[in-house]
Design a protein around this ligand. Structure first.
Ligand code: GLA
Length: 374
């Protein structure tokens, strides 16, 4: 299968971690449809860790916990598919999942077939309890082959948290996306740390295999075991989402979609940002930190001869975002300038060919889409 744009969907971990069950998954899938998220492109409904029994069955197969998933995974998968969505699950390259459940080390071909039999369209593949004397690269490749051997189109979501310089080899394993960092938490510093950790690695993300910056925390609003009440403002969520889109990251919601506020639905369905995220070329942004690493500027070429320009303020104080066109090769006498429109406010700038700056509230950003004029 060709994964020509970064996958979009929802994953249970951020909010529900060890408290998942089939009712939550069904209701979430229904909410993804009723709130218009499916229409915006969010299609994969992914059950993370904690779904299985602690032991395999007598044939060595993984078994869904019947208390949490009494209808079984195939019935749940059928229901998710009946809503026009796709179904995702979780396993791990090591001997146990991070939660201590059976994982797929040396059981790859059997487990891949089990997932295919259940109608799985997406597999997140973690890295806990991986033997130190084994080579991770080979075991990601092994599961990738196992998934392909089922003949079913299954998105392979590698999750080794950036270990072993994953960005340099993961594309060669056939994976469609790769987690490049440790886990996100509901805080602006977590967002900032993940974003800046990719400042020398952004070039590795490209169509077919995308740098996964981890699930979104937008709209978590302090809920769930990984939520931190009052940790994030709506401005924090806005900048978080804009950063992930400027990087062309997969967009997996991590909040309780059933109670998602309209403001958050509006944010994550912003058409301009989704267009930037899913741009056909998935070019890495040029990242400028001339003013300060706390106020970086991202310039990203889009297909159709357009560009995106984003100015961020990572600081806890009010600051100024700026853009110095000469730093990307555009000088005043070039005979060209930039026209652009801000994606949240509609503010327009015309004829930009020299230094511009804009005041930014703490943690805020501005994101423009634009084109060139003579
Ligand atoms: C790891 C992953 C998380 C989540 C948990 C589940 O920490 O990075 O995204 O899948 O395991 O236990």
């Amino acid at each position: 299968m060709v994964m020509s744009t970064p996958p979009m969907g929802w994953n249970s971990w951020n909010t529900f971690n060890f408290h998942i069950n089939e009712t939550i998954i069904r209701e979430t899938a229904e909410a993804i449809v009723s709130k218009g998220l499916k229409d915006a492109g969010y299609e994969y409904v992914v059950i993370d860790d904690w779904w299985s029994l602690k032991e395999r069955d007598k044939d060595g197969r993984l078994v869904a916990n019947p208390e949490l998933f009494p209808s079984g995974m195939k019935a749940l998968s059928d229901y998710v598919h009946s809503l026009g969505l796709k179904f995702g699950m979780y396993s791990c390259a090591g001997l146990r999942t991070c939660g201590g459940f059976p994982a797929s080390f040396d059981r790859e071909f059997l487990d891949a077939q089990t997932f295919a039999d259940w109608g799985v369209d997406y597999l997140k593949y973690d890295f806990c309890f991986f033997p130190h004397n084994a080579v991770g690269r080979n075991y990601y490749n092994r599961m990738s082959m196992a998934l392909k051997a089922t003949g079913r189109d299954i998105v392979f979501s590698a999750c080794n948290w950036g270990a072993d310089e994953v960005e340099k080899w993961i594309r060669s394993t056939g994976a469609h996306l790769y987690r490049s960092t440790g886990d996100i938490f509901e805080s602006f510093s977590s967002v900032k740390d993940i974003a800046t950790s990719q400042w020398s690695k952004e070039k590795y993300s490209a169509p077919g295999c995308y740098d996964d910056l981890d699930m979104l925390i937008c709209g978590m609003d302090g809920q769930g075991d990984l939520g931190h009440p009052n940790a994030c403002s709506d401005t924090d969520y806005k900048t978080h989402f804009a950063l992930w889109c400027m990087m062309g990251s997969p967009l997996m919601l991590g909040n309780d979609v059933r109670v998602m506020r309209p403001e958050m639905v509006e944010l994550v369905t912003n058409k301009d940002l989704l267009r930037i995220d899913a741009d056909a070329e998935c070019r890495n942004p040029i990242i400028l930190t001339t003013n300060s690493e706390l106020t970086p500027t991202y310039f990203k070429h889009l297909s159709n001869n357009e560009f995106a320009l984003a100015m961020f303020n990572f600081s806890d104080d009010a600051g100024n975002g700026d853009f110095r066109p000469w730093e990307i090769g555009l000088t005043r006498n070039a005979g060209f300038s930039l026209d652009m429109r801000e994606v949240f406010t509609g503010e327009e700038l015309h004829g930009v060919n020299d230094f511009i700056w804009t005041p930014l509230a703490p943690h805020d950003c501005k994101v423009f889409i634009g084109k060139y004029t003579v």
